[in-house]
Ligand binder design. Structure first.
Ligand code: NAD
Ligand code: DAU
Length: 332
């Protein structure tokens, strides 16, 4: 049994990870979360109180980070500003949380000799051409496009430097696009599902030819646990489940699964600098650690996700209007 500090545990992937840990291990979990617009305590409310402690705070607050890291066997660092469209509108919080926040946790981990796993994204590698058979590997050069992805790339480089120069016992994982329960309605899949539930037409950026490599959030969690258990210190592992789909295909599938005509969506203004395609080669994770994804049928996973949003309007409705007001201002 270990004491895990999970930063950003009230967000989408962090809360899925906390559920996964409580269900599959006997680890004690402390969540440190600032509860920004993206954090939601309701995502953790069904978990037993004796398995989970919640601390409301900022990862960039050195005193809080120091105290909590000192009391933990390992830090699993999810906290971030995570949305590309927000980063194009106002990059400031991305520099604070993704760079200063990660630096603050690394300093605490260095001081107390605490193991740290840093959660990152495939977006640090930039994008691939639509007709390129290649996928990202751990050897792909960094080439981020947006303020979000450049701050995530910077945070990865900080982790690598703290491993090499200060001997911090850290690992990094870079994962592809997650879907599943508890994802904020600003993101592509929940935005379209909740639009349809509200009788609003889904919104596709540009022509919708951009490709994302979808993985269920629960598979991301099992991969992170495998790295925590068996990953080699200082190493990076790419996490993906061979789920490449273009955005048009995903919107059409959502509409079909929800009983609507597959073309009942609108094309809206494209994202600036919009990455074309992400694709992950996760063979290092599979070969070294024996990890395999469980959710390999995207249509079934998507149908279950639609049901979750249908049954949890109380969870998403409070954030829907403000999110759509933001997109309306951008013409999206
Ligand atoms: P999210 O926006 O849903 O959640 C982020 C959480 O971090 C929120 O609970 C928020 O309150 C918290 N937070 C933000 N700033 C904080 C701060 N300064 N101090 C403490 N807490 C703070 O994000 P997500 O989609 O769950 O992503 C989690 C992590 O996974 C991020 O590091 C992201 O880069 C990475 N990632 C996401 C995806 C994806 O598809 N969503 C894919 C790969 C990697
Ligand atoms: O690849 C991993 C990344 O995936 C993570 O690092 C990010 O935190 C996460 O937000 C996600 O980034 P994307 O920018 O790919 O996700 P998003 O859900 O914003 O958009 C997915 C695709 O859908 C992208 O090509 C833009 C498009 N899109 C998005 C929205 C919100 C639309 O066509 N319409 C929309 O309304």
């Amino acid at each position: 049994m270990a004491r895990l500090l999970v930063t950003g545990g009230a967000g989408f992937i962090g809360s899925n990870f906390v559920h996964h840990v409580v269900e599959h291990t006997d680890h004690d979990v402390t969540v440190l979360d600032k509860l920004t617009y993206a954090g939601n305590l309701a995502s953790l409310s069904d978990l037993p109180e004796d398995r989970l402690r919640f601390v409301h705070g900022d990862i960039a607050d050195a005193a809080v980070a120091d105290e909590l890291v000192a009391a933990s066997d390992a830090v699993v660092h999810y906290a971030a500003e995570s949305h590309n469209d927000n980063s194009l509108d106002d990059p400031h919080p991305f520099l604070h949380t993704n760079l200063v926040g990660t630096f603050t946790l690394l300093e605490a981990a260095r001081k107390h000799g605490t193991r740290l796993h840093h959660i990152s994204t495939d977006e640090v590698y930039g994008d691939l051409a639509l007709d390129d058979p290649a996928k990202f590997t751990e050897a792909t050069p960094y080439n981020p496009s947006s303020p979000y992805s450049s701050t995530k790339a910077g945070s990865d480089l900080l982790v690598r430097a703290w491993v090499r120069s200060f001997g911090v016992a850290a690992t990094i994982s870079n994962c592809s696009n997650n879907y599943g329960p508890y994802q904020h309605v600003e993101k592509f899949i929940p935005r379209q599902i909740t639009n349809v539930l509200r009788g609003v037409r889904p919104k596709l950026y540009g022509e919708g030819r951009n490709v994302r490599d979808w993985i269920h959030a629960d598979d991301h969690s099992s991969a992170v646990l495998a790295i925590l258990d068996k990953g080699r210190i200082g190493e990076t592992y790419l996490i993906g489940a061979d789920g490449e789909k273009d955005n048009k295909t995903v919107v059409e599938l959502i509409l079909t699964l929800m009983g609507e005509a597959p073309d009942a969506y609108d094309h809206v203004t494209d994202r600036a600098g919009h990455d074309l395609r992400y694709a992950i080669d996760s063979s290092k994770l599979a070969d070294e650690l024996g990890w395999r994804p469980r959710y390999q049928d995207f249509e079934r996973g998507l149908a279950a996700t639609i049901e979750w949003y249908r049954n949890h309007e109380d969870w998403w409705a409070p954030t829907k209007d403000a999110t759509e007001a933001f997109y309306a201002r951008l013409g999206q």
